[in-house]
Design a protein around this ligand. Structure first.
Ligand SMILES: [Zn+2]
Length: 322
């Protein structure tokens, strides 16, 4: 690593982070990995998507990561596939315990592929076992820093965020990104979801935060701007279940495109008819033929510049969709 590369890497808000906090910024298929280092043992927050587990392990073993050290524990902000996909591989290599939010633990224990949006959304995931549960409003010493676990329901109803008051750092998972937050279930599917998003935004707005380490994207320090954009998104969704549902399906289809790299255009209708979330949402909200739903979703992804058609296949253009 040259000095100039070092400078580039540490430019921007990431330079505000204390030295024991290391962020591996990933993409939209894999969540960011946050390593909190301490002489008492290192703690990793979130492990990315299963397909990227080899890269996650390589980053962890790098000089910026653990090097030859072990891992004391692995913690998850929530249990969606892009945050826990590396859990099994990490435990195999490091033998560390896994801690998940208390509200998520029963879902993982019974491997509820619908509630956790695994097979229900056609997400691939290697099964893992929960060793510890993290209740909300508990304090944890990770990386020589004190972190409070705070409930941040909405995108995921059991999600936690982690806040360090001394350095005013928030590890936000998918509750708050620089531009938005993770997709939300429409009121007809979960009446509590959108009100929870609003309450979580207000809870975060009351915290004194200098830098946010989101689940996806670079760390950022314009927290007021991010909260404002999140509020605007909530307002745009208000009372518009079709819009919320369409957004959720588009984000998930984009996620699967990133996972599979390409999908035959002709196979999309049958895919939407087979995979639970698309089938259920279509029956509840759109009532279109699978072919028409495919046309609608792919059309919007192409129009947004997120996907393109190449030789009869749909392929992702961007590294993800918010
Ligand atoms: Zn995520």
């Amino acid at each position: 690593m040259t000095a100039s590369a070092n400078r580039v890497r540490l430019a921007g808000p990431a330079a505000l982070l204390p030295p024991q906090v290391h962020v591996f910024v990933r993409d939209w298929l894999s969540s960011n990995n946050i390593l909190l280092k301490s002489r008492d043992g290192h703690v990793l927050i979130d492990s990315g998507y299963s397909r990227h587990a080899p890269l996650t392990l390589a980053l962890l073993a790098s000089e910026r990561g653990l090097g030859d050290d072990g891992l004391l524990s692995l913690v998850n902000t929530h249990c969606h596939s892009d945050h826990v996909g590396g859990n099994a591989a990490i435990v195999r290599k490091y033998g560390c315990p896994i801690a998940v939010p208390a509200a998520e633990a029963p879902l993982v224990e019974r491997w509820d592929g619908k509630a956790l949006l695994y097979d229900y959304c056609d997400h691939r995931i290697e099964r893992f076992v929960v060793d510890r549960v993290l209740p909300a409003n508990t304090t944890h010493a990770w990386g020589d820093l004190e972190w409070v676990a705070l409930a941040a329901p909405g995108h995921d109803m059991g999600a936690l965020v982690f806040y360090n008051a001394l350095h005013r750092i928030l590890i936000s998972g998918d509750a708050l990104w620089e531009h938005g937050f993770g997709f939300v279930m429409p009121p007809e599917v979960d009446a509590a979801a959108m009100p929870a998003v609003e309450a979580t935004i207000e809870m975060l707005g009351a915290l004194d935060i200098r830098i946010v380490i989101p689940g996806h994207g670079e760390p950022f320090s314009d927290v007021a701007g991010a909260l404002e954009r999140a509020r605007k998104r909530v307002a745009a969704f208000a009372g518009d279940s079709l819009r919320i549902a369409r957004h959720a399906l588009k984000v998930n289809l984009m996620f699967s495109l990133l996972d599979k790299q390409r999908m035959p255009l002709a196979a999309i209708p049958a895919y939407l008819d087979r995979v639970g979330m698309y089938r259920d949402f279509n029956a509840l909200f759109f009532r279109l033929t699978p072919a028409r739903l495919a046309e609608l979703l792919i059309g919007e992804l192409v129009k947004a510049g997120a996907a393109r058609i190449a030789e009869g296949d749909v392929v992702p253009v961007l590294d993800g969709a918010g």
